[in-house]
Design a protein around this ligand. Structure first.
Ligand code: NAP
Length: 280
């Protein structure tokens, strides 16, 4: 339901100073004529539940949740969407007036919208390589399989973690898994980097070979953290490459729609972020 009343919203994380969510949500609010107060809250690593509770009691109506609290947010939700239950991670909470919390995960929908609507990629029938098996990979895997690819292969530094994830999602589509050192024969149509290696300025240790030649390469990270992978993709002869700015804005638009009943326009906001990350 649309709600024109002003309300308090926030993103919780640790660290959080880098977050673009306050800027994005204020832009969405201005665009749709809503009165929204949206702040970034640094929660102590062992104090997310208490910080969320205090925000809710003080009149908070909704929260975004980022690293490292998405799994804890899933446990703290009284009720969850099917996609959040599958991901076992929540990035969006509706904080209800009766004190209960509804959890959703908009990461997968945000990625899918960026890939298919903004970048014009056809995922049905494609061969997809997903690097990483952490929270982001878990959040996007269900929606990726729903798009009907020929196969999704998950490759992770810790191979066992990739296998466990593939086993869990096997009923939803053709999914296989292994270590980074044992990639199946390419080529792939789409290579997604869902590792956090770029945060430390590095690449995941990828085996040599031109298995990504001709692929569309996409890093879920954005800004400087995506640079090592995007440079590597170019050197591999990738068809094209993108960072995760579009995913960031699209997952935020999904959250905004859940809270306010209207989905904002994203194109100009993605372009503005790409022109230069603005001050929050
Ligand atoms: P996470 O749960 O901490 O998982 C990290 C993953 O990266 C694991 O698979 C880990 O492998 C792997 N990894 C870390 N360092 C590595 C290295 N040096 N070499 C190879 N693999 C490495 O993090 P996450 O929540 O999944 O986030 C992953 C990335 O997605 C981050 O860059 C995050 O910013 C991005 N993200 C973007 C959006 C967006 O809206 N654009 C949304 C969500 C996440 P092991 O299992 O072996 O440890």
């Amino acid at each position: 339901m649309a709600d024109a009343a002003p309300g308090r919203y926030a993103v919780f994380g640790n660290p959080i100073a880098h977050s673009r969510s306050p800027w994005i949500h204020r832009r969405f609010a201005a665009q749709t004529g809503r009165r929204v107060d949206y702040e970034a809250i640094l929660a102590p690593r062992d104090g997310f539940a208490a910080a969320l509770e205090a925000f809710h009691r003080a009149g908070g109506r909704g929260a975004n949740v980022t690293l490292p609290f998405k799994e804890e947010a899933w446990r703290l939700a009284d009720e969850c969407s099917a996609r959040a239950r599958r991901a076992r991670a929540v990035n969006t909470l509706v904080l209800r007036a009766d004190g209960t919390r509804f959890g959703d995960n908009t990461d997968g929908a945000g990625l899918l919208r960026d890939l298919s609507v903004n970048l014009g990629l056809e995922l049905a029938g494609g061969r997809i390589l997903l690097l990483g098996a952490g929270g982001a990979a878990r959040g996007v895997l269900g929606p990726l399989l729903e798009a009907g690819p020929a196969r999704v292969h998950i490759a992770n530094r810790t191979a066992e973690r990739a296998r466990a994830l593939a086993g869990e999602f096997a009923p939803s589509g053709a999914v296989s898994a292994g270590g980074l050192d044992a990639l199946p024969q390419g080529p792939f149509d789409l290579v997604l980097n869902a590792t956090s290696a770029g945060v430390g300025g590095t690449l995941p240790p990828l085996p040599p070979g031109r298995w990504a030649a001709g692929a569309f390469c996409y890093d879920l990270a954005y800004g400087p953290a995506a640079r090592p992978f995007l440079d590597w993709a170019k050197a591999q002869g990738a068809r094209d490459a993108s960072d995760g700015t579009g995913m960031l804005v699209e997952q935020a638009a999904e959250s905004f729609a859940l809270w306010h009943g209207v989905r904002p326009q994203t194109t100009e906001i993605i372009a503005a972020l790409r022109r230069g990350m603005p001050a929050v």
